[in-house]
Design a protein around this ligand. Sequence first.
Ligand code: PLP
Length: 478
Amino acid sequence: MTDSWVNLAGRLGSDLHLELAGSGGRRAVLIRALRDAIRDGRLAPGTRLPPYRSLAADLGLARNTVAEAYAELVAEGWLIARQGSGTQVAPRTEPARLPRVPDMPTRLATPAHNLRQGQPDAASFPRSAWLGAARRALGAAPNEAFGPGDPQGRHELRRALAEYLARARGVRTTPEQIVVCSGFAHALRLLFGGQVLRGPLAVESYGLAFHRSILDAASVRTVPLSLDEGGALVDELNDLKGVRTALLTPAHQFPTGGPLHPQRRVSAVDWARIHNGLIIEDDYDGEFRYDREPVGAVQGLAPERVLYIGSVSKSLSPALRLGWMVLPEHLLAPVLTVKGQREAWASVVDQLTLADFIASGHYDRHIRRMRQHYRSRRDRLVAALAANAPHITPTGIAAGLHAVLRLPPGTEHSTVQAAVRQSIAVDGLATFRHPAATMPAHDGLVVGYATPPDHGYGPALEALCRILPPGESTPLST
Ligand SMILES: Cc1ncc(COP(=O)(O)O)c(C=O)c1O
């Protein structure tokens, strides 16, 4: 491609100089030229780009080349695509600085339909009940609460959590074994960044890339365990020389969705007992189980061998940054030492508010209400698939705030690309796969059904069903 002035006056309302020069294929050159034009401000935020057919004709390029360039710039956050109103320059000034999640080919800055997993329904945050709890908590707090904090966390909250976790999750603990933190990610940083625990660490072959990056940053080598419908194949632990710690999501494997098979729960605990090992239990959404009773915590089987971690990120909001660790006795002092030295603590006002919120029964009521809400969202997803894409199997649907749609082999990447073109934010399973995993890769979409607002959920499901490929999917197996 040669250097060329492209006059888009008729389409943009002003001249646009696109520098279509340089190395690389036509698509890469066009992407670079558009990106430069946006960065320089020659294409201002909100500017509507010509339909890709017209631009292709103006530039003498294939339509696909322009369509792919637009899709890539949408994925990078420079452009936004809205159904009915075409493609526009994104309002953000420097979208390229948005963090890119490893392995993720595509991200949308402002999707029309957000089906990405990870968030509860923000509109359902119990504002007035939380406000009431904050008012009561502040009124009742002794003056010493506003002095220097205790790195272990407020005793009011640890007392409320000990009672709640025993009753609702089968955790065996006293308030003295609980350390308040700001969530699972903070707990990982304390434990491994603070060198309370060291690698190598066994993890599940599919998990959150963000958590792997925290472990990488702490120079912890992670060793993937294979998975099937019964969760992690914990027997593999016996063959892993030097591994004494395993991180599992037993109540609801993240993201594939099954509970750890009862026999494997026992085997995991046996392994830890025999090898003087430790299981880290990530109980991120254990309360949200729809078709039968919640699966209790593995910690209840062996409190001295399991370090249990939970947070309010799925039950209330990830913005609160409140979580808890239930520690085996021997880890309490080392964790408190690290936390006292290095870490910011959760706000005492928020801790006291959560303590009141739990003790007054509001937390249980909120969970019950949200369980119904998410179950109905889950049911609508299943019904939409049955009606529009019956060949696609949704799995992991008995619990949680997301489901995995199994896709025909080889179709995940193109489906995720199609989602981007339709302005649907959704992740493929590959995003969650451990880079060293040896189990067969599976094609799938991880669909979060909690995030869209009520009025947007139906359209989001319709948009999703439109991009699903034909063909049969395969079950998760090793
Ligand atoms: C697998 C998994 N574990 C834990 C969490 C909770 O993380 P945090 O408490 O750091 O918000 C999440 C996200 O909410 C998650 O997806």
